[in-house]
Design a protein around this ligand. Structure first.
Ligand code: SAM
Length: 272
């Protein structure tokens, strides 16, 4: 699979998927949305890439490891796979806005490097408006946070933040044994489908206000809202009929949005 002397990099989160059945299932799941193009993040040696290439006319694969990107490129040429563009780049430097210039509805796929998966998910949802879905392998614990309904005990600031833009659903669970080297934690594939007209696009200022108040309150998730919010903010929340004795994990998405609107109207928003 790898050239001699290759040492997986922990810093780049290199745990390679060696189970072809799982790789195919991920590619098939990604293909259900009828997207014209897929962007794969962190293709590594290409275990998922070869299946994605079967399902998509266009595939852009972004790999930070220069040696792996070069190896993948030549492995694809040997197999005569011509519909994959491999880019040697750090996905956190990738210009997602520019990549959408052709307006092609896109799905983002990947067995993500676990140390930056939350950053990747937020960046794609916030900047790549043409990406309609993500089908991604993440740490099981992160998947559970994204799958926990907003307003339930296990929800998190990250989960509520993502829920402003997308709906999550489980796809499959992968034990450590299907990776080389095996990670210390379990993994899950989830699907995120973008909601229609997300606030981040329709009203970026309101979106920033809501994200600000989510982060502030979840920073003290065991505390009642009134202990964390300023008196003025608490007064606004109370006037909306949301008891300030509640904890952030109990709030529904509609309540978060109402709070954001209330704070904006009172001049207490992100731009205030
Ligand atoms: N898709 C391959 C597989 O399933 O076998 C590899 C998955 S491995 C968990 C993560 C991959 O992401 C590695 O190939 C790693 O080099 C790459 N990677 C790590 N950080 C990256 C970044 N910032 N930008 C692009 N690729 C990155």
């Amino acid at each position: 699979m790898f050239s001699q002397g290759f040492e997986p990099s922990r810093a780049l989160g290199q745990n390679f998927l060696v189970d072809a059945n799982i790789a195919r299932k991920i590619a098939r799941e990604a293909s259900t949305g009828q997207h014209a193009r897929a962007i794969e993040i962190g293709p590594g040696a290409g275990s998922l890439t070869v299946f994605l290439a079967e399902y998509f006319e266009q595939l852009l694969a972004i790999e930070a490891d220069r040696a792996l990107a070069a190896e993948l490129q030549s492995a694809l040429s040997v197999r005569n796979i011509t519909n994959v563009e491999v880019q040697n780049a750090d996905v956190l430097d990738f210009d997602f806005v520019h990549a959408g210039i052709d307006l092609l509805p896109t799905v983002v796929v990947g067995n993500l490097p676990y140390n930056i998966s939350s950053q990747i998910i937020l960046r794609v949802l916030e900047r790549a408006w043409y990406v309609e879905s993500l089908v991604v392998m993440v740490q099981a614990e992160m998947a559970d946070r994204l799958l926990a309904p907003v307003g339930s005990r296990n929800c998190s600031a990250f989960g509520v933040h993502v829920a402003l833009m997308a709906r999550a659903r489980p796809v499959l669970t992968a034990p450590p044994s299907v990776f080389v080297p095996p990670p210390k934690v379990g993994s899950k594939v989830i699907r995120l489908d973008r909601v229609r007209d997300p606030l981040s696009v329709v009203d970026p200022q309101l979106y920033d206000t809501i994200v600000g108040v989510i982060r502030l309150t979840f920073g003290h998730r065991r505390q009642m809202l009134r202990k964390v919010l300023s008196p003025k903010q608490s007064a606004v929340v109370g006037s909306l009929g949301v008891a300030v004795t509640r904890r952030p994990e109990s709030l529904t998405l509609d309540e978060w949005i109402a709070i954001g609107k209330g704070l904006e109207e009172a001049g207490l928003g992100a731009a205030g």
